[in-house]
Ligand binder design. Sequence first.
Ligand code: 4AD
Ligand code: MG
Length: 480
Amino acid sequence: MFNKRIKIKALLENDATEYEATVMGWVRSFRNNQFIALNDGSANNNLQVVATLGHFDDALLKRITTGACIKATGNVIASLGKGQKVELQAASIEILGDSDAEKFPLQPKKHSLEFLREIAHLRFRTNTFGAIFRVRNSLAFAVHKFFNERGFVYMHTPIITGSDAEGAGEMFQVTTLPLDGTAPKNEDGSINFKEDFFGRSTNLTVSGQLEGELAAMAFSDIYTFGPTFRAENSNTTRHLAEFWMIEPEVAFNDLEDNMNLAEDFIKFIIAYAMEHNKEDLEFLAQRLSEEEKQKPQQERTEMGLVEKLEFVVNNNFERLTYTEAIEILRESSHNKKKKFTYLIDKWGVDLQSEHERYLVEKHFKKPVILTDYPKDIKSFYMRLNEDGKTVAAMDILAPGIGEIVGGSQREERYDKLVERMKEMHIPAEEMDWFLDTRRFGSCPHAGFGLGFERLVLFVTGMTNIRDVIPFPRFPKSAAF
Ligand code: 4AD
Ligand code: MG
């Protein structure tokens, strides 16, 4: 069988020697015509494959270039070299795929993240991106594990939908109508979507929440985990046009239950990655500390990556209301010295990421859950509080990232919900299916959305969200 091979991770983890093994992978470097650093993606560390001098002919050795794919069979022996316990003494080497060293864009040296973003189709083959995407994989698995262990039903909500769940109008239209001006029109000149593929106007989903709420009204506890799309023109290190979101929705939960669930969830998945991706996280921690050294002293973070993750897992998140946060911000020296671009002068303003980061990084120095925001800056479905001006919303803010979770207790009272929809110009006629949950057996319930890439950013210590999703989509870019 061709595929009879041992993964490099398994080989390196085993201290045994003097047995025959076959490995396959991609050459990272080839030193002194003897030492091949081989990687198959199973681990961050390479396996040293030794091509003993004189044992292989020159024509073959010339083909062992960075990027080439090879198969090597030989004896596993104790290594005399630094950094590894075992190595493979190759008895045979087969080239599975050549790689022209002159043309292969990745060289055995440090490349900038910007350069690697341009060759995202090859960047998986670097140490940094290998580590990032193994961590991403673990976090995704831990998401399912967390909810599965708690009896949640994984619900697949639609990707093409007619609704704008957030009511923010940031949707990508889905249509098969021609774009050359010949699309069928109504009498008033607008496009006649009755003639479109679905017989109505549709878009890519911005959130699975509303459909998730329907399912929670039957299964009690559900979650979604899927791609979501936002056509917001935000060219930042925190925004993508296509990102993955995890949205649990739980019947009978109030805002406090919702906060507890979110905090437990975040701690669980981080702890899972720390346990299962030690090597990758240590590599990323090292990378980060080298990057930090380039920065001026006062901009450096005090904690290393692993310390930071441990801290988050072992400490309670700070919980306070929007109103309390506004007081802290208004009284802060930052505000008084006009260091914020947007000064905090009155209750009711939306918080910018500079404010969120001040609270988390300067004031509390830990993750923060902000609750009870003014109703005017939040979505229509959030439950109106007794005071009539705030809603039972919660945002979780993480150090170095800002908002990582947005959620709320939902407005379960039919009349109040319809009133909010009117105020916010949400077309109730098109949302009749959603209102049915409030007509037939409504109940208190709550949920939240965690932006998966923002979490991966936090855990890997990377700084640009475009580096933690394999093929990022953002304004003016949809390569690959
Ligand atoms: O705060 P948001 O907009 O909330 C919702 O969509 C709710 N329907 C969630 C719910 O209650 N079920 O988005 C949730 C999270 C944000 O906190 C952020 O982490 C992430 O999604 N997010 C983005 N991540 C990357 N790029 C973007 N453009 C994002 N927009 C939101
Ligand atoms: Mg939000």
